[in-house]
Design a protein around this ligand. Structure first.
Ligand SMILES: Nc1ncnc2c1ncn2[C@@H]1O[C@H](COP(=O)(O)OP(=O)(O)OP(=O)(O)O)[C@@H](O)[C@H]1O
Length: 242
């Protein structure tokens, strides 16, 4: 669990996917160990994009490559990714330790090395002393820390965050972004995060992918895209043009 592990490049090649009338078409490349924010209006396809990478949805055409390997037909468990959702990441009947342990072993058959990794992850996300707590006794921020710790013990090179901090207040959201930043600095994992807050991308000094109607309408460095010289579509979304 310690030291730089490195992330994996994430590539979507000519991906086609549709839900009824809603057609999506994604071409995207996130270099290894980068942080990328995905923003866009509600219904533009942000969650679908992450689900295609994680394997919860299968494209009708195109390829998903992770670390240069074609994972398009692999089930989620076999892909080198972890995903954290906005809610419902935890099992209510299991304590913090066990919820995190599931990231190591779905049947919670934990070795000494697993237990050490879990303790390490608990310390890294600042939950030491809360190992035996049940999710209902934790705050929203603490619950998301547990979910992140579980992703950490999975030790996968790609972390997907689907509005993982959306239900938290602004100060806590920034705290969680800082946690991800610190973990990223340690592990060099590739991070793709869906957010409704463009300022999150600036905070993370990340790449930015702006989605509109199931397509990537703009991409680049967040600082450039969100500047005055950024694309009109993004300005409209931000409400900075009439
Ligand atoms: N399971 C589903 N069945 C049918 N249509 C779906 C399903 N999931 C999503 N959609 C539709 O696909 C489109 C993209 O949805 P998606 O959840 O990816 O958007 P989003 O950008 O993440 O939205 P939000 O910001 O509101 O979460 C929307 O039009 C949505 O209604």
């Amino acid at each position: 669990m310690t030291g730089k592990k490195g992330g994996a490049e994430v590539t979507l090649e000519e991906i086609r996917f549709s839900y009824g009338e809603m057609r999506m078409h994604f071409d995207l490349d996130v270099p290894a160990s980068q942080i990328a924010a995905i923003i866009g209006p509600s219904g533009s396809g942000k969650s679908t994009l992450l689900n295609l990478i994680a394997g919860f949805e299968m494209p009708q055409a195109g390829k998903v490559l992770i670390g240069g390997v074609d994972v398009t037909r692999l089930p989620p468990a076999e892909r080198p990714v972890s995903m954290v959702f906005q809610e419902n990441n935890l099992f209510a009947h299991l304590d913090v330790e066990a919820n995190i342990g599931l990231g190591r072993s779905p049947k919670l058959k934990l070795t000494a090395a697993d237990r050490a990794a879990i303790a390490d992850a608990i310390a890294r996300v600042g939950l030491t002393g809360k190992e035996k707590r049940k999710p209902e006794t934790l705050s929203g921020g603490e619950r998301q820390r547990v979910a992140i710790a579980r992703a950490l013990v999975r030790n996968r090179p790609v972390l997907l965050l689907d509005e993982a901090f959306a239900s938290l207040g602004p100060a806590l959201r920034v705290q969680m972004l800082d946690l991800v930043k610190a973990l990223h600095a340690e592990t060099a994992m590739t991070v793709l995060m869906v957010t409704h807050h463009p300022e999150d991308a600036l905070h993370m000094d990340s790449l930015l992918f702006f989605l509109e109607n199931g397509m990537i309408a703009a991409s680049g460095n967040a600082k450039d895209l969100l500047s005055e010289t950024g694309p009109e579509a993004l300005k409209r979304y931000m409400g900075t043009t009439a």
